[in-house]
Design a protein around this ligand. Structure first.
Ligand code: MN
Length: 482
């Protein structure tokens, strides 16, 4: 059994309040109300009488603040003294502790403020009122409507879906009928899974549906995004750069936000609305995909929204989404790539020869970069026909050991287009009718300019042999099975 002076962490904390300032009474009341034992040390006998109605409060009256009471005091210490001289005297004998406070919110040397300042509280309240005023307006618009459409642009991403669901929840308070719609086609596998999981009737906008609606809301986009047939929107909520042509009775455009889901999460939170698990899941997935897990364009508002949502989501489902990255048809290309790889120092190189889509190069490069000791993955392939025929070289790196965008540029900029940034690079070199086998020296000689010629020749020989091996089937479409 180990105990430390002043009790272990599980013992009830006795709060020591020292002084006689105007804040003594409310401070003692605060802690007594919270069931904490309080000891008060004061140089004013009148304080003892004032505190008489409070149960469980021990009061020690000392002759002056120059001297501590006879027995030991335990932290936390809260100094309720208005005069600087009294504060200095008490601080001179106060036992050492980091838990030394003063009542109030201003800065005092050597002491922590006990409460957030009234200014901070006021700012928080004002921000909440501002948001509540917005929610009120939305609900009022819904109250005056019979049928509302919440619209997402084109192939809706998770952020649009999360924001649309949350907005529908708010508009529903107005009692109107709500349809959540998108104008394109859902392509990404993850987005199909998300819609399936949500089991809401979120579907493609049908002919005439907008004309029937008397309230139209656009989320995560602005009407000007539509190349033709821009919808006439009454409500626009978005985090993309503000367009000059965006007009609506209600707009909330916040380009500083990482996601539209963040804006809607603030609405739900300010209004004290319960966030159903499915809605929280869509909102958090929207927030994290748009901000690349808070690494990109994420600000304080996004981090606050993350904090609010992350405990309310369906975690196993989100984990499942995260893991479903490989289309089944790509497995053969991955297998072929792995068994036809060459490794030079920390670089893994795979040349696929003729291949249907550069997506395969990207997916395989991302995947083999997970190999221990491999800091750079390079996947090459020949894409297109006739004049369009070109050698595509995809670079992936950890961004720490090498700037792969620069490496792509250094190697291939003279021959075609090449560039990228630290973790991603790409080069495209027109090769017209050049036989696939002859693309190998082109690739190797430019990629490894400083490699010894003999070694380069061996590398070329190996890769040419690889190209003669049976090809993987061509994965061109990524379908949701079942
Ligand atoms: Mn977005």
């Amino acid at each position: 059994m180990t105990t430390t002076q002043g009790g272990g962490p599980t013992d009830p904390v006795t709060v020591t309040v020292i002084g006689h300032g105007s804040q003594v009474l409310p401070t003692v009341g605060l802690f007594v109300g919270g069931g904490l034992p309080v000891r008060v040390v004061t140089a004013r006998p009148a304080v003892e009488q004032l505190l008489a109605p409070y149960p469980g409060v021990r009061v020690d009256v000392i002759p002056s603040y120059a001297q501590p009471p006879a027995d030991a005091l335990a932290p936390p210490f809260i100094l309720a003294l208005d005069r600087a001289e009294d504060l200095h005297q008490v601080q001179a004998w106060l036992p050492p502790s980091v838990a030394r406070f003063h009542t109030g919110s201003r800065q005092v040397r050597g002491l922590l403020p006990l409460l957030a300042g009234p200014q901070a509280e006021r700012d928080r309240l004002l921000a909440r009122w501002e948001t509540l005023r917005r929610v009120d307006r939305l609900v009022a618009m819904a109250r005056g409507a019979r049928r509302a459409v919440v619209l997402m642009y084109a192939d809706p991403d998770p952020d649009a879906i999360g924001a649309a669901l949350a907005l529908a929840q708010i508009l529903r308070l107005g009692g109107c009928e709500i349809a959540v719609r998108f104008t394109g086609e859902v392509r990404r596998y993850q987005n199909k899974l998300l819609l399936k999981y949500l089991r809401r009737r979120i579907s493609r906008l049908r002919e005439g549906e907008l004309a029937e609606a008397d309230l139209v809301a656009v989320v995560d986009a602005q009407p000007g995004f539509w190349r033709d047939d821009a919808p006439k929107a009454d409500i626009v909520i978005d985090h993309h750069p503000v367009r000059d042509d965006t007009r609506a009775a209600y707009t909330d455009l916040r380009p500083g936000y990482g996601s539209t889901s963040t804006i809607l999460t603030e609405y739900l939170q300010a209004a004290g609305l319960a966030i159903p698990k499915a809605v929280a899941t869509a909102l958090l997935y929207g927030l994290t995909t748009d901000t690349d897990d808070l690494r990109r364009h994420a600000g304080q508002a996004d981090i606050r929204a993350y904090d609010l949502l992350h405990g309310r989501v369906d975690r196993p489902f989100l984990d499942r989404l995260q893991k479903a990255q490989i289309p089944p048809r790509l497995l053969d290309a991955i297998a072929w790539g792995i068994s036809h790889r060459v490794v030079y120092r920390d670089l893994m190189l795979i040349h696929f020869g003729e291949i249907g889509t550069p997506d395969t190069l990207v997916q395989v490069a991302d995947l083999v970069l997970l190999t221990c000791g491999i800091n750079v993955a390079v996947c090459a392939g020949i894409i297109g026909r006739g004049d369009e025929r070109r050698l595509v070289v995809v670079f992936r790196g950890d961004g720490y050991h090498m700037d792969v965008g620069r490496r792509a540029k250094d190697a291939f900029a003279d021959l075609g287009s090449a560039g990228g940034h630290k973790t991603m690079g790409r080069a495209e070199v027109p090769i017209a009718a050049l036989p696939a086998a002859e693309s190998v020296p082109l690739l190797v000689d430019n990629l490894f300019r400083r490699m010894a010629p003999e070694r380069r020749r061996r590398l070329v020989r190996t890769l040419v042999e690889h190209l003669a091996a049976p090809r993987p089937p061509d994965p061109d479409t990524y379908e949701l099975e079942g």
